[in-house]
Design a protein around this ligand. Structure first.
Ligand code: CTP
Length: 408
């Protein structure tokens, strides 16, 4: 998804500039070609040498821009070269210039001299972010389809205050860039309600012991990012997982649960307004037959643990599904992955299922990569070789779209 893609990073004058070094390094290591513009003030925080070393290419500054010996104007060269542009940290000053189409430096001239999608990651003090003028400018840019944005998060700021204004986390920015490169900035899921489940449920025996599984929720989180970046209205029902990469997605509805019963409850409440339901959670199959409200001592632990079955959420959804809804399941398998996955597809009345070989290195639980075979009710099969979970998420969304288009 990122191999040889051309990413132009423009760094603004703010302390979060140091975090952009991590972004440059990460996307370079993923195979992208990276060029970097440093605004004059950005150079007070990080140097041209830093970004040149990380991107393996000279850094572009205003000093180079205004030189008489440029063969072609630098803003035109860079603007034509870029497939995508990231502006991070976006300062209040640059935000205002973008809003009014002003161009007084290399960064702003390059924006005006190009057509590629632009990803904005603002960072500033809370008072600045909450100023009416800043809010109005930000709102105005949201209406321009060229701009894609990651809202600043709440946290400790360089001014020692805790408030909204921290730049989105580098990995959230890299994910948004990757999605934009995949879709070329198209928001093809606008108006779609997508309900996603993620993580492994935990079925407690007593307050400190539970039956669980190794799911980390990374595949579910990747599906959230992919669907969100494509414009869907996303609701996430998740077991205990790391949601840090999702905090900069405004309007994402999240519901945190622990047990399969709680997941069933939350999913049934959200089900009606969903067009697509992607059931990536690793839901328990059984739970302890009895829950003890106080901690059992070692000597009180039963020699044999009595278990009872947990309701199959997906099967219930399959029998309640409306014709406009599309139900997607995940089958974590070892050995032959396709035969049992196809059985689950029919047995649970699903539209699509991803057969996932969890016994392969770099696939399944906790890995950043995944692979598998997508199957649909029409008998189509698509093998997805090992790739990032985000890319797999996009390919799954494409497969669902094709399946639905075929049904029409
Ligand atoms: N699933 C569910 N409720 C459960 C168990 C599973 O909704 N109690 C869903 C999962 O979220 C997944 C799909 O069913 O999308 C398949 O899960 P998997 O564990 O592979 O299959 P099971 O149906 O549990 O069958 P088995 O464990 O026997 O392979």
């Amino acid at each position: 998804m990122l191999e040889q893609r051309r990413v132009l990073v423009a760094i603004g004058g703010g302390i979060a500039a140091y975090k952009v070094c991590e972004i440059i390094s990460s996307i370079f290591q993923s195979g992208c070609q990276v060029r970097v513009i440093l605004s004059e003030k950005a150079q007070d925080f990080i140097t041209p040498l830093t970004v040149a070393t990380l991107s393996r290419h000279q850094a572009y500054t205003d000093e180079l821009f205004w030189r008489a010996d440029n063969l072609r104007p630098l803003h035109i060269e860079l603007g034509e070269w870029a497939e995508i542009m990231l502006i991070a940290p976006l300062t209040a000053n640059t935000l205002a210039k973008l809003t009014y189409g002003l161009a007084d430096n290399l960064l702003t001239n390059t924006v005006l001299a190009s057509r590629c999608p632009v990803l904005l990651a603002p960072a500033m003090n809370t008072e600045m972010w909450e100023q009416h003028s800043v809010k109005r400018n930000w709102q105005q840019l949201q209406e321009d389809t060229r701009y894609h944005s990651l809202e600043p998060a709440c946290g400790l700021l360089a001014c020692d205050r805790v408030g909204t204004g921290r730049m989105a986390e580098p990995r959230a920015i890299v994910a948004a860039l990757s999605s934009l490169l995949y879709t070329s900035g198209k928001r093809d899921l606008v108006g779609k309600g997508v309900l996603i489940t993620a993580g492994g449920t935990q079925e407690y025996l007593d307050p400190v012991r539970y039956i669980g599984n190794p799911s980390t929720g990374k595949m579910g989180a990747a599906l959230v990012q992919a669907a969100y970046h494509r414009g869907a209205e996303v609701t996430l029902v998740h077991a205990p997982i790391d949601t840090e990469a999702l905090v900069s997605l405004p309007n994402l509805v999240t519901r945190s649960i622990v047990t399969a019963d709680e997941m069933l409850q939350a999913v049934l409440e959200e089900f009606k307004k969903a067009d697509w339901i992607l059931m990536a959670a690793a839901v328990a199959d059984v739970r302890p037959a009895q829950y003890h409200h106080t901690k059992l001592s070692k000597s009180q632990l039963p020699e044999h643990l009595a278990l009872e079955p947990v309701v199959d959420i997906l099967k219930i959804l399959g029998s309640h599904k409306h014709p406009h809804q599309c139900l997607v399941g995940f089958a974590a398998q070892t050995g032959d992955i396709v035969t049992p996955a196809r059985e689950k597809l029919h047995h649970k009345q699903l539209d699509v299922i991803l057969a996932n070989p969890v016994d392969q290195i770099q696939a399944g639980f906790a890995s950043d990569k995944n692979q598998g075979v997508l199957l649909d009710r029409q008998g189509r099969e698509r093998v997805i070789p090992s790739c990032s979970k985000l890319e797999l998420a996009h390919r799954l969304l494409d497969f669902v779209k094709e399946y639905l288009a075929f049904l029409k």
